[in-house]
Design a protein around this ligand. Structure first.
Ligand SMILES: CC(C)(COP(=O)(O)OP(=O)(O)OC[C@H]1O[C@@H](n2cnc3c(N)ncnc32)[C@H](O)[C@@H]1OP(=O)(O)O)[C@@H](O)C(=O)NCCC(=O)NCCS
Length: 189
């Protein structure tokens, strides 16, 4: 088999995506998150909050890696805080374990710098924590956060999550993170 071409990365504002882009992203996300493939039907290329910026890697027209980012004001303790939520981080199952995820996180870092909110924030399960730690993300130990999750039919449910939160330092560091519980006051990317 000939060596596969290196994927091409691009970082694109949401308003610049075409319908074909949304379909190609949704198709990859459905394969990477099979338990949640009901979210990624047709051209619906987001799960909760629609991102404002996408980092996408393509081989030809096929999307092989993706991350979504969106700046959001959240409440932490008594403070209003601007953060960038990062989500839908995925590599196509056919090319996982080949270094593409690490490259994706480096592109996410560059996108976080562009968005300039100070912090990147995400939540993930124990099985993937090591991937993000490898990419420089830091645990927000002991943080409890509340957000709205949506079922496939659009019903919103308040969810409380008391572990798995990670922070990417930017112009602000872990030491700047306020004390208290985090309220997303809505959905996350
Ligand atoms: C998690 C995911 C994005 C990783 O992408 P990938 O292309 O397989 O990762 P890479 O091959 O680039 O690995 C980068 C580094 O992270 C490590 N790593 C990858 N997955 C890991 C995991 N689950 N746990 C711990 N470390 C992991 C690799 O060993 C590698 O380390 P190294 O640089 O020291 O060799 C990919 O497995 C995926 O899409 N999974 C399904 C969707 C998902 O779970 N997304 C995250 C949910 S928030």
């Amino acid at each position: 088999m000939p060596a596969a071409e290196s994927p091409t990365f691009s970082t694109t504002r949401e308003g610049e995506l075409t319908l074909d882009d949304h379909e190609a992203i949704a198709a990859m996300l459905a394969r990477a998150f099979p338990s949640y493939d009901h979210w990624y039907a047709g051209a619906r290329s987001w799960a909760g909050m629609q991102p404002e910026l996408r980092v996408v890697a393509r081989e030809g027209d096929v999307v092989v890696a993706h991350a979504g980012l969106r700046r959001q004001f959240v409440t932490v303790g008594d403070a209003d805080l601007l953060v960038t939520a990062v989500g839908m981080v995925a590599v196509s199952p056919t090319v996982q374990g080949t270094g593409l995820g690490g490259e994706l996180l480096r592109r996410v870092d560059a996108a976080l710098t562009t968005l300039d909110s100070g912090f990147g924030v995400l939540e993930t399960g124990d099985d993937v924590q090591g991937f993000y730690r490898r990419g420089g993300w830091l645990p927000l130990d002991g943080l409890t956060a509340h957000y709205t999750a949506f079922s496939g039919d659009g019903a919103g449910v308040l969810v409380t999550q008391d572990h798995g939160w990670l922070l990417r330092e930017g112009t602000r560091t872990l030491a700047d993170w306020p004390q208290g519980e985090l309220h997303w006051n809505g959905q996350m990317v």
